[in-house]
Design a protein around this ligand. Structure first.
Ligand code: FAD
Length: 491
């Protein structure tokens, strides 16, 4: 019989929970994952409507090396299949201007010069800034725990501190971008990267431009069989390693004795564990699964990231002018963000993202048709009540698509489903349906996220989008790596 080192319970099977299961199981632990839903993957899931397949949540895929890392750790010889994209995104503006963001930097800079009148050198400088920010900070802020002294006592950190001027920490993203580019359309294009972690470019620090580095300097990719394949692939790795899954199993409480996690409670009773790892939204975890005395007031009152309203439409027509990723920009810049972050309202001329996986995976829609994932950002749902603006926003979105693409899109919608912030919270436990945990609107956001372990409860660890290093698939995968390293160091 196999001798396990420890019994580790993972609560939640989001992408970070799955990755943690692979890493901890490969390290020799007995791992049990408890998942409230009847499926694994959390936000990274999919559905079929009629003859159309839809990814339900994430659509942008960067840093595939993080998945290849899991392949290596698990010892599997089955590759994760993905494509490198030559076009990152098609951008559309209300005045008829269109622009293709090519992966090839020269072609992209030339396109920005031709369509938006910028100097190519300014585009190169912008991408260089993103690259420098990444090189100086990624290892410290994304790949390490910020809550260990050793992170701050190494050469990388000293280098980052010496180069802090280059990061322009006292500027917002918008200030940096509008100082560099003369055309507000270019500024809008680069500002949009703030929404990749649910933030506001008019408040978020300039360093959030780091996100553009992932797509424009490292590369944009698409899993060969859709985003849901990320979930399926990591889940399969974990199954081969012997991880046990209990689905339809909501954890009600984490048991502690002398401020040490010793197991969990579900409707079926107690399960003992040596270590508990939570992939649950950190606010939900403290309010629903732990005793009140552990509640870290300051961390949990921070501003949440944006949420989203998504329509899944089977479209019985092909739009040649669209590609995998498409953005129809709002006709206003700042007003859209002010509406969402200050007034906490959805905006009536929303920047509209259309993702069409059938452009790269032909089986995702019938011949001559396309599977449209149409998403607009909306504020997180602070009240927790069902959303009442879905139909009104649907009208605004349809009007926008019709104006920009010169079509009558409703005629072509064959099947439809919708996901709003309320459903996102119901299905994944994410507070207010926020997509990425806390916003990064504050320049200290990286330091204010919850750590990957508990300072008050021994043997309790945290991964996932609501804790360090932050939201999104890459950072979720990194949180799982940090947690498994912390556990290894404790042994
Ligand atoms: C519409 C949308 C678009 C997005 N776009 C992108 C994108 O393009 N690129 C990108 O990188 N990221 C994107 N994201 C963000 C990304 O999906 C998340 O950051 C990431 O998937 C979160 O993973 P997680 O591990 O934190 O867990 P989650 O996916 O949040 O899952 C948590 C899991 O825990 C389970 N759970 C909760 N409470 C309990 C309990 N008490 N007991 C048992 N189980 C429990 C839930 O059922 C759920 O399965 C998007 C998200 C959404 C919703």
């Amino acid at each position: 019989m196999q001798e396990f080192q420890k019994h580790i319970i993972i609560i939640g099977s989001g992408v970070a929970g799955l990755a943690a299961a692979v890493r901890l199981s490969a390290a020799g632990h007995k791992v049990t994952v408890l998942e409230a839903n009847k499926y694994v993957g959390g936000k990274l899931t999919a559905q079929t409507l009629g003859n159309y397949r839809f990814d339900m949540g994430p659509s942008v895929f960067t840093l595939p090396g993080l998945i290849e890392d899991l392949t290596k750790v698990s010892g599997s010889d089955k590759k994760f299949e993905y494509l490198a994209l030559d076009k990152i995104c098609h951008y559309f503006y209300e005045d008829g201007t269109t622009l293709i963001a090519y992966t090839d930097k020269n072609k992209f800079a030339q396109e920005v010069e031709t369509k938006l009148g910028e100097n190519q050198q300014d585009v190169f400088d912008q991408l260089k800034y993103s690259a420098t920010a990444y090189e100086l900070t990624a290892e410290i802020f994304m790949e390490s725990s910020l809550h260990k002294l050793s992170t701050f006592l190494n050469l990388k950190t000293v280098k980052a501190i010496l180069n802090i001027g280059k990061l322009k920490m006292n500027k917002t993203m918008h200030q940096l971008n509008s100082a560099r580019f003369k055309n507000p359309k270019t500024v809008q294009l680069f500002n949009r990267f703030a929404t990749y972690n649910g933030s506001d470019p008019y408040q978020a620090p300039a360093i959030i431009n780091i996100i553009a580095h992932l797509e424009h300097n490292i590369g944009a990719f698409a899993p060969k069989h859709g985003m849901h394949d990320i979930t399926n692939y990591i889940y399969d790795l974990s199954i081969k390693l012997g991880v046990t899954y209990k689905l339809n199993t909501k954890v009600k409480h984490i048991n502690t004795i002398n401020d040490t996690a010793v197991g969990i409670i579900t409707d079926s009773g107690e399960i003992k564990a040596d270590i508990v790892v939570s992939d649950v939204d950190i606010k939900q975890l403290y309010t629903k699964l732990l005793d009140k005395k552990y509640y870290p007031e300051k961390i949990l009152s921070q501003e949440k990231s944006l949420s989203a309203l998504i329509f899944y439409w089977g479209i019985k027509k092909e739009f040649k002018e669209l590609s995998l990723h498409n953005i129809l920009f709002s006709n206003t810049g700042e007003t859209e963000f002010k509406c969402m972050f200050t007034d906490k309202q959805p905006y009536n001329d929303p920047t509209t993202y259309i993702n069409i996986t059938s452009k790269v995976t032909s089986g995702d829609a019938p011949k001559g048709c396309e599977n449209w994932f149409v998403m607009v950002n909306v504020p997180h749902n602070a009240s927790g009540d069902p959303i009442n603006y879905v139909q009104e926003m649907r009208k605004h979105i349809i009007a926008k698509i019709n104006r920009v693409l010169k079509t009558d899109i409703e005629r072509y919608i064959e099947v439809e489903d919708v996901l709003d912030p309320y459903n996102i919270e119901q299905r994944t436990g994410s507070s207010g349906g926020s997509l990425y945990g806390n916003s990064s609107n504050n320049k200290y956001a990286a330091f204010l996220r919850h750590a990957n372990n508990s300072s008050k409860i021994k043997n309790l660890y945290f991964c996932g989008g609501s804790v360090h290093p932050g939201g999104g698939i890459p950072l979720g995968l990194l949180s799982a790596k940090i947690v498994s390293e912390m556990i290894a160091q404790k042994e």
